[in-house]
Ligand binder design. Structure first.
Ligand SMILES: NC(=O)c1ccc[n+]([C@@H]2O[C@H](COP(=O)([O-])OP(=O)(O)OC[C@H]3O[C@@H](n4cnc5c(N)ncnc54)[C@H](OP(=O)(O)O)[C@@H]3O)[C@@H](O)[C@H]2O)c1
Length: 275
């Protein structure tokens, strides 16, 4: 892959499992021109599913995981966590192969045991990869080389952002950004309901809520503002924002959010121990 990059060629990437997350990552790779569709090879036990992604994106179908490993130097493992052993049964991959696992809770050590020579990377993606706004964390396994972090970032950047973290921090990544879309959606649901209660139509409440979430995130990112600064900017003395914020501040919202993310992180630790 390194050589391919130096020559300005696109990557050849394989997928074991062609479900929802795999499809989103494939679409990102193709849209960002990191890999041409003809340089992507996938295998899925569900023939119908495989045929559907192959037809819709013009990628190659493989008859099994071994064919994916033969055709690609970078292989994305995208089956369910409990399907990993079966998916990699009988595969022997040397150190020229980099395997990027997106399996929640399956540790590097376990994957390195299943593939004793390949370079393994563990990623915690999130559902926003479907719209190429993924927030992911990744950790390199012990056999990875110096260039691997750049390769992984390049591949994952086609679907959003990916930050390198220590493997033990992947549980916190899971709690914050892995589960995060559900927490933000929960807040969105409450805001929509509140807007309707205050007299808006469902459509107006939905549109205004979503645009407020998007606009706030963009303001924070593009203007490089801290949340506290933004809060101060919107809050005029005795104004509407101050009236609303006083309720939030008196209701321990911050503690509840901290507890929510702590609970998700703890569960990730527990699930990791079971694998
Ligand atoms: N969805 C999320 O928000 C999210 C977030 C972070 C991480 N992840 C991780 O992403 C991974 C994929 O999730 P997903 O939602 O994309 O799952 P999915 O839609 O169920 O995709 C997995 C696909 O792999 C197939 N498969 C099963 N065994 C296989 C084998 N031996 N060889 C090849 N293919 C096989 C499955 O077929 P069957 O259906 O017949 O089993 C299914 O089509 C999971 O490990 C999950 O932990 C997901």
């Amino acid at each position: 892959m390194k050589a391919a990059r130096k020559q300005g060629k696109m990557e050849s990437i394989g997928f074991i499992g062609a479900g929802n997350m795999a499809e989103a990552l494939m679409r990102g790779l193709i849209a960002a021109k990191v890999a041409h569709s003809t340089a992507i090879t996938a295998y899925d036990v569900k023939q119908e599913r495989l045929t559907s992604v192959v037809k819709s994106m013009g990628i190659n179908a493989a008859a099994g995981a071994a064919e994916v490993f033969a055709k690609a130097d970078t292989i994305i493992l995208a089956v369910k966590p409990q399907q990993a052993k079966e998916a990699l049964r009988g595969i022997s991959a040397d150190s020229s192969k980099m395997v990027i696992s997106i399996l929640a809770g399956v540790r590097l050590a376990a994957l390195e045991k299943l593939l004793p020579e390949a370079r393994i990377v563990r990623v915690m993606p999130n559902l926003a990869c479907i719209v190429r706004k993924m927030a992911a964390g990744f950790s390199l396994g012990k056999r990875c080389t110096g260039d691997d972090a750049d390769s992984v970032k390049r591949i994952l950047a086609s679907s959003g952002i990916a930050l390198e973290v220590r493997e033990e921090q992947l549980d916190a990544v899971t709690g914050l950004s892995g589960s995060g879309p559900a927490f933000v959606a929960y807040i969105a649901k409450a805001m929509i309901a509140a807007g309707i209660e205050q007299g808006l139509t469902i459509k107006a409440a939905e549109e205004l809520t979503l645009q407020t979430l998007i606009g706030t995130a963009e303001l924070l990112r593009k203007k490089e503002m801290k949340p506290e600064e933004l809060i101060k900017m919107v809050s005029s003395p005795n104004g509407t924002t101050v009236a609303g914020l006083s309720i939030m501040e008196d209701s321990d919202v911050e503690d509840i959010i901290k507890e929510t993310i702590a609970a998700a992180t703890r569960r990730s630790v527990e699930l990791g121990k079971k694998e």
